[in-house]
Design a binder for this molecule. Structure first.
Ligand SMILES: [Zn+2]
Length: 214
């Protein structure tokens, strides 16, 4: 197994995961590191933003994730750790870079699907939810059958989320095709979503997404 480790980016506040070849492997390595107790502590407290070497493990929760692999939405079970900060006594969740609070889909897939829509004039939301002309489907874990398909409205909602986590307000730096929006508000959402995607791609956090930086 590749070692699952973190390294600090320049700001010193953000931890990233390296060493996995695919997002699925990254999640597996992270999950195994938790099961073996080898996952290192958080690099900072999300409440007081101070750093300590003495965070105490407070809770380990199961977490379902959705990962799109070719034309299948796969459900993967992993864990989220909550830690107690010795400095401010707050408890906080330490999210690995592929999980976002309250989001079922991994961040790299949210970026990948949104990018395929934003960076091609002709691609529609309905086009994004196909893999080589096949509809992308959820497999029911009990029946093994595909009874539900990934909705184009899900990709539409990814945009609003990615816009919300935009690291800074960009100017008119990204050209968005006129066919993609009808209002200035929607255009602004798409510009910010694309800024988030480019920012994440530049950091090269995700093995199957990080090389797409423009
Ligand atoms: Zn703290």
């Amino acid at each position: 197994m590749m070692p699952f480790y973190r390294t600090k980016v320049e700001s010193g506040k953000e931890s990233i995961v390296m060493g996995s070849e695919t997002i699925e492997a990254m999640i597996r390595d992270y999950t195994e590191a938790i099961e073996k107790g080898t996952l290192c502590m958080p690099t900072g407290c999300s409440s007081c933003h101070e750093e300590s070497d003495d965070y105490k493990l407070h809770e380990c929760r199961k977490r379902q994730l959705r990962v799109v692999i070719e034309d299948i939405v796969k459900v993967i079970i992993t864990f989220l750790l909550r830690w107690k900060c010795p400095l401010c006594q707050a408890t906080f969740t330490d999210y690995p870079p592929f999980i976002k609070p309250h989001k079922r889909f991994v961040l790299s897939d949210m970026c990948r699907f949104s990018q395929s829509y934003l960076e091609s004039d002709k691609v529609t939301y309905r086009d994004t939810v196909k893999h080589k002309s096949y509809d992308i489907g959820y497999i029911d874990p009990e029946s093994g059958l595909c009874e539900q398909f990934l909705s184009h409205s899900t990709i539409y909602r990814f945009m609003a989320y990615l816009a919300d986590i935009c690291p800074s307000l960009p100017g008119n730096v990204f050209a968005i095709s006129h066919s993609k929006y009808r209002t200035a508000t929607r255009r602004f959402i798409l510009v910010r979503a694309l800024a988030t995607i480019r920012n994440i791609a530049q950091k090269s956090i995700f093995p199957d997404f990080g090389t797409l930086a423009a």
